[in-house]
Design a protein around this ligand. Structure first.
Ligand code: UFG
Length: 338
């Protein structure tokens, strides 16, 4: 058996929104990212930073053969179903992909000698909370199948780490937003459900924007979220490789800024950045939404990993999301696939 390469990383979901940015940053830092993706949501033209293995994340044998071929020392696990509302409609699919995929990867990692697994979790594990900021001691009580599927996967990985010599890093992402500052990678706009891309589209296409819920117990009645630039999320992953977890242990971090913005505040940011006044239509609440989710314990993430976000301001996030929209819509061949 060939020995692992410290500079090779298996990236499931490497053709997706966050995974592709991570592959880019890994390559920029001298790593070889091996992208493992089934293109159910990812884009082929985002695989440009290392080799590709096409496969379903639930397929442990395929994962194992990718590990045998490339001998990565670490794995980053992005491949997942990620829409809150869809998870309420299709819970079994969410448990199948998010829990089943994690088990398959964990098994392949153990068999293939990978010693560090970095897991993409989510602030949705916290559910509805009255805490102003959600710290790591805030009880995890998900209110939708998406959050529950990620929490279950976290718990499985915790047990798994304790019974093996694999170390696990869990990142609970708050609201990943924006795009690669170079304008090379970004989110899909077609069927976008997330706030920033939908606002950018509304501004650029002169279409009305729907606010889902204006009767939340927040200062302006709209939901509050902690928006983290996707490039900063990627840099947290690379920082975790540089400061690896002890084998057989699990560590969990919140990845957010520690500051929240309401939907109305993000609307104001989009109006500032795009110079467009939006037409706003107030709609009822969307299923599964928590009133407020702001990251706590972000100091621990910064200190332990020697990491700090480069783009903490909402206007920076919106600016890069807007820039990506412009890139996409200048290139017809890409625009048709988005
Ligand atoms: N929203 C609107 N109109 C839209 C789209 C969104 O009002 O057209 C509102 C939502 O109702 C919510 C807020 O904008 O109040 C943010 O919604 P997103 O869909 O952008 O993000 P979510 O908070 O639902 O979910 C995201 C990730 C999850 C993660 C969560 C953590 O998708 O993985 O952030 O905060 F768990």
């Amino acid at each position: 058996m060939a020995t692992s390469s410290d500079k090779t990383v298996l990236v499931t979901g490497g053709a997706g929104y966050i995974g592709s940015q991570c592959c880019k940053l890994l390559a920029a830092n001298g790593y070889t990212p091996v992208c493992y993706d089934d293109f159910s949501n990812g884009r082929r033209d985002f695989v440009r930073f290392g080799p590709l293995v096409e496969g379903d994340v639930r397929d442990a044998e395929r994962l194992r053969s990718a590990i045998d071929e490339y001998r990565p020392a670490a794995a980053m696990h992005f491949a997942a179903k990620i829409e809150v509302e869809e998870s309420v409609r299709e819970p079994l699919l969410y448990y199948d992909v998010n829990v089943g995929g994690t088990i398959a990867l964990a098994k392949a990692c153990r068999e293939g000698g990978i010693r560090h697994l970095i897991f993409s979790s989510t602030a949705a594990v916290y559910g509805e909370t009255t805490d102003h900021q959600v710290g790591l001691t805030t009880p995890a009580k998900p209110i939708n199948p998406y959050g529950q599927s990620k929490l279950t996967a976290e718990q499985i990985l915790g047990d798994y780490a304790a019974s093996t010599d694999v170390g696990v890093t869990i990142f609970r992402y708050f609201n990943a937003s924006g795009a690669d500052p170079d304008g090379e990678l970004g989110i899909k706009f077609r069927h976008a459900t997330h706030l920033v891309p939908r606002l950018v589209m509304a501004a650029e296409e002169k279409k009305p924007f729907f606010i889902f819920g204006t009767d939340y117990p927040t200062p302006d009645g709209t939901c509050i979220r902690d928006y983290i630039h996707v490039w900063d999320l990627a840099s947290a992953h690379v920082a975790a490789l540089d400061k690896p977890v002890n084998h057989g242990h699990t560590r969990t971090y919140n990845v957010g800024i520690g500051r929240g913005y309401s939907v109305r505040e993000v609307i104001e940011s989009v109006e500032r950045v795009t110079g467009t006044k939006l037409e706003i239509i107030e709609k009822p609440r969307r299923a599964g939404d928590a009133a407020s989710l702001i990251a706590g314990d972000t100091e621990k993430t910064r200190t332990d990993l020697d990491w700090s976000p480069l783009y903490p301001k909402i206007d920076d996030i919106v600016r890069d999301g807007f820039g990506w929209y412009r890139v996409v819509n200048r290139k017809c061949s890409i625009a048709t696939s988005i």
